[in-house]
Design a protein around this ligand. Structure first.
Ligand SMILES: [Fe+2]
Ligand SMILES: [Fe+2]
Length: 238
């Protein structure tokens, strides 16, 4: 059924915000939803994880790198917010107080190992999301994805490297504990199966993959990271 929907329209190539204004309402609304979601979640993540983690970082070197991560996450928000402004999204639609952030941000961060786990796992999920926008039919969003991608890769590598350092320092139990409590809330990040929004995004060439495909890819990749790279155990999902 979704494939039929995907074949109904010819995918447009929309190069500017001005051109977006000429597109059908369904297209404009879909673009706005994607941009709002990124603007809100980048800000929220920076506020609840990256900025507080500067205090938790154990060494000057780790603090410096964490500052860089926090700076980049705030910058992602600033970029998506600027695009949202350009396409006429009102400020209140991006207020984290009003637009509920995703459940992965509901985790109460307390320790450095938890932060390292979050970066290794959640930023990998973010890489998949951004990757899906690399061929987006709305070019300003495609361009933002291309700028953001290397930074998200750096964040995931940051998480992986520091998790491995902790494991080498004999703190594998703390990393495992972070994984046990954080991983189970991450698959929800990709949205519902058979999502109507996702079907519309694919129909218009804004996104490429279904939520189910992205989630499966994510779980496979995190399984490899945790079991092969870390030598730890991934908790079962129910
Ligand atoms: Fe980000
Ligand atoms: Fe990130």
């Amino acid at each position: 059924m979704s494939t039929t929907a995907a074949m109904e329209v010819k995918t447009p190539e929309v190069k500017t915000a001005a051109e977006l204004a000429q597109q059908p309402e369904e297209y404009r609304t879909a673009v706005q939803k994607i941009v709002i979601s990124h603007a809100v979640n980048e800000l929220y993540g920076a506020q609840v994880f990256d900025e507080p983690a500067i205090k938790l970082a154990p060494t000057p070197y780790a603090k410096w790198l964490t500052c860089r991560v926090a700076m980049e996450e705030y910058h992602h928000h600033v970029r998506f917010k600027a695009l949202a402004d350009e396409i006429g999204v009102s400020a209140e639609r991006m207020d984290p107080q009003r637009k509920r952030p995703l459940s992965i941000f509901g985790f109460n961060l307390r320790t450095w190992p938890e932060f390292c786990v979050i970066k290794a796992i959640a930023d990998y999920a973010e890489i998949l999301q951004v990757e899906d926008l690399l061929h987006c039919s709305f070019h300003p969003l495609r361009n933002l994805a291309r700028i953001t991608m290397p930074e998200e890769k750096f964040h995931a590598k940051f998480g992986k490297d520091f998790c491995q350092e902790l494991i080498q320092q004999g703190k594998a139990a703390e990393v495992q504990d972070g994984i046990d409590r954080y991983f189970p809330i991450t698959p929800g990040f990709f949205g519902a199966n058979h999502s109507k929004n996702n079907e519309i995004y694919r129909k218009w060439g804004l996104k490429q993959r279904t939520n189910e495909e992205m989630r499966q890819d994510f779980v496979a990749r995190v399984t490899e990271l945790v079991e092969k790279d870390f030598g730890l155990k991934l908790p079962a999902l129910n």
